[in-house]
Design a protein around this ligand. Structure first.
Ligand SMILES: Cc1cc2nc3c(=O)[nH]c(=O)nc-3n(C[C@H](O)[C@H](O)[C@H](O)COP(=O)(O)OP(=O)(O)OC[C@H]3O[C@@H](n4cnc5c(N)ncnc54)[C@H](O)[C@@H]3O)c2cc1C
Length: 386
């Protein structure tokens, strides 16, 4: 019997889940409210765990083909003095892969290309009060940080909370030569990071603490006097292409990543389940892990063949929840903590202490931290169609 799934949201989580469900033989429809896909702009890095999930979904090579492997980098202070150089090769050796950076639009397009024709329906906003009417054995809520599905199903949950910082993101209009692939600079309550893209252009982000909704100021005023190449990157970016977003995360963890909408099973994945601050750069990689794990466990449960179609979906969802919640919620806590000791640290003395600690920390300790987060063993996907 062919099963049907409706995925709410066509971001990284939703597209990847649809690929996995299609591969295990389900009929999948992705409903995306945006009429025009703007793909959230700027760039994104996917770490070894996210790449392992993409490999498990069978699309790792296609996705890597539009990305750029990152080989060098580190942390600096605004004068340009390096606090630490990242042992990227050491980390890649331990993890089996370097970090890859993408233009978000390229990553989204590569995922969309792996879907069967007609699977993605744009311009359809799902009303969460009508989930039970969707023609599906399973609803996958991949509707992002402000998930309407989560708000409806978990009405006592406070939802995503403003993290106290706002971010500008941009991509230079043309290639710029830079010293390091991944360059991160921490000031006092401020951070500027940049990453080299495949075509030599540079994607950058600039984070500051600010009241929610604050829209005054431009990055040049704060970061224009920082070390090279920061002023060059800002000058090389079309001002009207620069994005600005406030950062939100789920401070109160969700009690479950599975729920029922009047009897219709629902699985929450990606930011809908565990939106976190960007300080570990793990949000998308975890969303990809969720997608592969969900599909793998659904395929396993069907393979167990107890003849109870609904029961096997419920069993798979319970296993998914038990597996995914501890890892992703621990990562959200770690991301928040990294922000507090990194970008969000303000005091002159505290910043000086932190910088001194980073300078004396051996690169092997930093590699251990990276491996702790990006080390992940993907479940095998019992594929029934290419
Ligand atoms: C500044 C910043 C930098 C980041 N950098 C990184 C990074 O380098 N690496 C990394 O791994 N992560 C990073 N992240 C996190 C990462 O962007 C997210 O974790 C990831 O994009 C989440 O994907 P998603 O599919 O869950 O959500 P989204 O990408 O938000 O997709 C949700 C989709 O659901 C749609 N939708 C919403 N409601 C409905 C509805 N009712 N009906 C239909 N569709 C609906 C939306 O239109 C949207 O397309 C960063 C985040 C920020 C804020």
């Amino acid at each position: 019997m062919t099963r049907n799934a409706v995925v709410v949201g066509g971001g990284i989580a939703g597209l990847a889940a649809a690929i996995g469900l299609h591969r295990i033989g389900w009929e999948v429809t992705v409903l995306e409210r945006a009429v025009v896909l703007n793909d959230a702009g700027a760039g994104i890095s996917v770490q070894a765990n996210g790449l392992a999930a993409l490999d498990g979904l069978g699309v790792g090579d296609q996705v890597r083909a539009v990305g750029q492997a990152q080989g060098s980098g580190g942390i600096r202070v605004p004068s340009g003095r390096w606090l630490a150089h990242m042992d990227a090769e050491g980390a890649a050796r331990r993890l089996g892969s370097p970090v890859y950076s993408f233009r978000r639009a390229d990553l989204h397009a590569a995922l969309r290309e792996a879907l069967p024709p007609g699977c993605l329906v744009q311009g359809t906003a799902v009303d969460p009060t009508e989930l039970h009417q969707l023609p599906a054995d399973l609803v996958v809520a991949a509707d992002g940080v402000h998930s309407p599905v989560r708000s409806f199903l978990f009405q006592d949950h406070p939802g995503a909370v403003y993290a106290g910082n706002t971010v500008w993101r941009g991509i230079t209009a043309s290639p710029v030569r830079v010293e390091a692939d991944i360059d991160q600079t921490w000031g006092r309550g401020t951070e500027f990071g940049s990453t080299r893209l495949r075509d030599g252009r540079i994607e950058w982000h600039a984070l500051i603490d600010a009241p929610e909704g604050e829209r005054s100021g431009v990055p040049r005023e704060i970061f224009g006097s920082w070390h090279d190449p920061i002023p060059t990157l800002l000058a090389a970016t079309e001002p009207e292409s620069v994005l600005r977003h406030d950062v939100y995360d789920l401070v109160v963890p969700l009690p479950s990543y599975v729920a029922s909408a009047s009897g219709r099973p629902v699985a929450l994945i990606g930011d809908a389940a565990h939106a976190m601050t960007p300080h570990l750069g793990q949000g998308a990689s975890l969303a990809l892990e969720d997608a592969l794990t969900l599909a793998a466990y659904l395929a396993d449960a069907e393979g167990d063949g107890d003849g109870d179609a609904g029961g096997s979906v419920i069993a798979a969802l319970r296993r998914f929840d038990a597996d995914r919640r501890p890892r992703t919620q621990a990562m959200a806590v770690a991301a928040r903590r990294t922000g507090r000791i990194g970008q969000q640290l303000h005091g002159r003395f505290a910043v000086a202490l932190r910088n001194a600690a980073i300078r004396v920390t051996p690169p092997s300790v930093a590699v251990r931290e990276i491996v702790k987060h990006a080390g992940w063993t993907p479940p095998a996907l019992a594929v029934s169609r290419a």
